[in-house]
Design a binder for this molecule. Structure first.
Ligand SMILES: [Zn+2]
Length: 216
């Protein structure tokens, strides 16, 4: 390579992007681009000003700074579908829905926690516990097990398996129970529902605690 070729490559590296940009600007109508309004890729997409703000010292009119948006011919005329707006509306609706759901969930959790605190002080609940323990239901000779993330009143949260009588239990339900090894009241949230035969239970049936209350 002689000096001339090296110089040519260096110049191309420096001004190459500008050339491509310039060609892009010149031939905007033959390169397909995504319209920012209808979100479709079209040939006639052009960058157009959609609004402005003023910059400058307070009290002075200042200079206009424009906001630009790539719009197709239809959207420039205002007859294209405004998918961007629709998407924003959808997102807004989704956020509101999630907010309502999480508020509802928080209410359920609070009720569950209050009950568990009450049961911890009220040992008569033990009777209900023993009574129900004998009635672990079977569906076609299978036991309904649930994996629960447990929130004990003092300790760290952990996953445990439980057996349940509530045939309509669902993932996401809050549940109250006694933990087998220390007999303390606790509550948790259902992570998984399983129908197990006596041979493939995640924990021996006689050593598994029973779900005592389901909150929904
Ligand atoms: Zn468009």
């Amino acid at each position: 390579m002689d000096e001339f070729e090296i110089m040519l490559i260096v110049i191309l590296i420096i001004i190459g992007p500008s050339i491509i940009h310039g060609l892009n600007m010149l031939f905007w109508f033959i390169i397909p681009r995504k319209c920012e309004r209808c979100l479709e890729v079209k040939f006639n997409v052009q960058k157009v000003p959609v609004g402005y703000y003023r910059v400058g010292a307070p009290g002075w009119r200042g200079t206009k700074k424009y906001f630009y948006e790539r719009k197709c011919a239809d959207c420039r005329k205002g007859i294209g579908p405004d998918r961007k707006f629709e998407l924003l509306q959808q997102e807004k609706k989704q956020r509101e829905k999630e907010k309502v759901l999480s508020e509802k969930q928080a209410k359920i959790e609070k009720k569950c926690l209050n009950d568990v605190r009450f049961y911890s002080k009220n040992e008569k609940i033990e009777l209900i516990y023993n009574e129900k323990k004998d009635k672990a239901i079977t569906i076609k000779n299978k036991y309904l097990y649930v994996k629960v993330t447990v929130f004990p009143l003092n300790n760290k949260s952990q996953d445990y398996s439980f057996v349940t009588n509530f045939s309509n239990i669902l993932v996401g339900d809050y549940v109250a129970f006694r933990i087998q090894y220390n007999n303390e009241w606790a509550y948790g949230i259902v992570k998984k529902v399983m129908l197990c035969s006596i041979n493939d239970v995640p924990y021996p049936l006689e050593m598994t605690s029973l779900i005592l209350k389901v909150y929904r």
